[in-house]
Design a protein around this ligand. Sequence first.
Ligand SMILES: [Zn+2]
Length: 434
Amino acid sequence: MCFGTTRKPSVWQRRDRLLGALAVASFATLLAAPVFAAVPPAPVADPDSVLRITFLDVGQADAVLIQAPGGRTALVDAGRDEIVPLLRQFDVSGIDLLVATHPHADHIGGMAGVIAAFPVRFYMDNGEPHTTQTYRRLLAALDARPEITYLEASPRTLTLGEVEIDVLPLLPPGTTDHNDRSVTLLVRFGEFRAFLSGDSEVRQLTHLMNRGAVREVALLKAPHHGSDNGFTWDFLNAARPRVVVISVGPNSYGHPRPAALRAYEASGATVFRTDRHGHVSVQGHESGDYDVSFGGEVALRGTGDEPRDAPVAAPGPTGVPAAPGDAGLRLWVHADAPGNDHANPNGEYAVIRNVESRDRPIGGWSLCDRANHCFRFPGGAVLEAGGQIVVHTGSGRADGARYYMGRRQAVWNNNGDTATLYDDTGAVVIVLDY
Ligand SMILES: [Zn+2]
């Protein structure tokens, strides 16, 4: 196993040996039987045959506790600080599967403590090291517990009692940052499904879409603490979550971002947040039914067969409905600039969003108003997968995300106008009448 580093501290070298030996043993186990077949039966914790997934309130961090019917337990991330007393409150006495989605401190900070405090059977991560003290502390804790079997996250299905956990495909090592190599999991119990997303951003969500790995789910852990780079419309339209839980605390990033909250709500999901609701537990039944509780009270019940909303369009920034037309693109016009429109031409703008998971070349395309004031995109312009571009009316320097029509006066009529997007052959792509 190569970690691609030339300055390997001894603890990493020791880990190489540890992991090499244990990976072989674990693969043999996987081939022979379900992963947890060898684990002695745990006490029956839940006579109702319910899967319980609890998003622990650990501030601006992640810790997701999965308790399967029959008592098997998984913990996905361990918060930033000590969480052992909290886990004991939730009747945890051992952990069958411990997952570090990625090596940032808000996900692995409490993990060394967990490893020291509880018996752990399997530990899984994305195989990529980090340079921080927190990460080294985690490795040292693993080194001290050679009985823990290491699993590198690769596409496979693990069993946790009656619950199955699909490990979804990662982007190749070294091709992206840690967030976009989060270990993502599809947790399945009968008809109930939940998607656990780590800190995935647009790139990883797009990768998962391209690999066909996104399925409809009842429950989504909001990627990346509700950041606005933690969703794409394509992804939401495929996952169609009924419940979104955001693991978030006081932070300086503006998490959760208004755009993400709007998107989750527009997709038809009910949103829960650990900063507002505390520990949020979702109980999934084999039938697909689920309920959500916090503070000891059930807050929401849902059935597995309730009809899903129609696919959603991204809501426009000014409430102007998205235009029909090309299914993969959305167009809005923000016609009413602050103050006098003619004195502030950059205060009005059009937004074009790509809700698909493929880049769209738009070089040579044109955006025109009803009076045929047009802006032509330069050759090579690309609207990235899941991204958007803004076309301001006034002047400025284009940077690939923002373009400028170069007008001295307002173009978009506040009382109604038509915006038409043409491709480079002059064919109409989208018409927006507002
Ligand atoms: Zn994080």
